[in-house]
Ligand binder design. Structure first.
Ligand code: IPD
Ligand code: CA
Ligand code: CA
Ligand code: CA
Length: 269
């Protein structure tokens, strides 16, 4: 094992422990009367006290065990590190599901080394599943190797996940893309946690996934997991996954899905 492989394994262990602790806090500490604490980019972009508590727990743990690393967290964690490692954290992905008591929410933590995601964990306590991946080391669900599905014969047999960003002025355009896609595919799922959607592509539970407007913390761990499970992930054709578009899918489905989304203008407002 090279030194960098060993470092990536150590980063994975740190991510697993941080995600386990935050997942337990969110599962066991959810107040019965949980309410919206604040809104962010729009009135439907909500944050609860538990999003903030989970980020505090994760960043506190990282400060103890990896004090020289950088941080980027959805709820404001931001630190320039000196080690070349940066943690990209979504302390609670699927806040709206969590608020309503729906089970599809997760904790997503990725470690980047020199700007490249090398270890990622998505902890989904209500599914009883932890998804983890190390760059070049495969993807695992609860320690079972994960593999994406073989590509379906054509789109009519593809189950596609998606999500709708919280910028209200974009929502009609996103609905229009879904309206045009729906008659062409087996069905569409909007489960409410982008990190879980990406892991579902890696586990073969979705053929493909796309979303406009994700942030780095929504996708960093899930994209690594999907790729390590044999899926492809990117953005618009020829571009990396970005804030305009994130696409993932089995090889054979990924490029046609990117092309179809390009035709439908899925990155437009
Ligand atoms: C959201 C979820 C959702 C996706 C949104 C994200 P949050 O993250 O991943 O599935 O559609 O674009 O913002 O706010 O619950 O962490
Ligand atoms: Ca949020
Ligand atoms: Ca998120
Ligand atoms: Ca979040």
């Amino acid at each position: 094992m090279t030194d960098t492989d060993a470092l990536d394994r150590r980063l994975l262990d740190v991510a697993l422990e941080a995600a386990r602790r935050a997942g337990a806090l969110l599962r066991d500490g959810r107040p019965e009367d949980l309410t919206v604490a604040a809104t962010k980019t729009s009135p439907i972009d909500v944050v609860t006290e538990m999003d903030l508590a989970a980020e505090k727990l994760i960043t506190g743990y990282l400060a103890e065990v990896r004090p020289d690393d950088g941080l980027l967290g959805e709820e404001g964690a931001s630190r320039e590190g000196t080690s070349g490692v940066r943690w990209v954290i979504d302390p609670l992905d699927g806040t709206v599901n969590y608020l309503y008591g729906l089970p599809s929410w997760s904790v997503s933590i990725a470690a980047e080394r020199d700007g490249v995601a090398v270890a990622g964990v998505v902890e989904a306590p209500m599914r009883g599943e932890t998804y983890h991946a190390v760059r070049g080391g495969g993807a695992f669900v609860n320690d079972r190797a994960a593999r994406c599905r073989p590509a379906p014969q054509d789109f009519s047999q593809a189950l596609i996940g998606t999500g709708f960003g919280y910028l209200t002025e974009r929502r009609a355009a996103q609905a229009e893309v879904a309206r045009q896609l729906l008659p062409q595919v087996r069905d569409i799922r909007r489960a409410g946690s982008a990190a879980i959607d990406l892991c579902d592509v890696g586990c073969g539970r979705l053929d493909g996934y796309y979303e406009r407007g994700l942030n780095p913390w929504d996708r960093a761990a899930g994209v690594l997991f999907a790729r390590e499970a044999g899926a492809l992930a990117g953005g618009r054709p020829g571009s990396p996954a970005g804030d305009d578009l994130t696409v993932a899918g089995s090889p054979g489905l990924f490029e046609p899905l990117q092309a179809l989304l390009e035709d439908l203008g899925a990155w437009h407002d």
